[in-house]
Design a protein around this ligand. Structure first.
Ligand code: ZN
Length: 149
């Protein structure tokens, strides 16, 4: 039982490495902002996405490997969470402000707004999540290569 307390804890990548704790911490907020803006989380200059949702393999400016990302279903989940709550709140607010708004307006406004917001925010949330994974050295982002500034 005493041996379990001495066992090293796994890192984000699942590997047992004492060296992982000695590497400098990456700042999460700039990485999130850069990713949200569609820029490389490391340098903030190179493009993160090569098409609507495809992540570049490497940053063209600093060479940071970006193919390690595992965003999976998180970007659509976050998009639905944010857009659903925002549009839902706007619908309720509209009922308070303009209770006699014709149903045709509701049928035109809310689905259109939801579609536009989802299409606009999905790549941004994907970029932010890739930046978050990079900042926390998740998956393969825990390389020994020095970070750009
Ligand atoms: Zn870069």
């Amino acid at each position: 039982m005493a041996e379990a307390a001495d066992t090293p804890l796994p890192t984000h990548g699942g590997a047992f490495s004492a060296a992982a704790d000695e590497r400098p911490k990456r700042n999460v907020w700039p990485a999130l902002r850069r990713g949200f803006a569609g820029r490389c989380p490391c340098c903030g200059k190179g493009a993160l996405l090569r098409s609507y949702l495809k992540v570049c393999d490497r940053c063209a400016v600093c060479g940071t490997e970006l193919f390690h990302q595992r965003a999976d279903d998180a970007p659509p989940y976050v998009t639905v969470l944010v857009v659903g709550h925002s549009v839902g709140a706007l619908m309720l607010l509209t009922e308070e402000v303009a209770p006699n708004l014709p149903i045709l307006y509701h049928a035109l406004i809310w689905p259109s707004l939801t579609l536009v917001l989802c299409l606009a925010l999905l790549p941004a949330f994907k970029g932010a999540l890739v930046g978050y994974q990079w900042a926390l050295r998740m998956h393969g982002f825990d390389t020994e290569a020095p970070d750009c500034s």
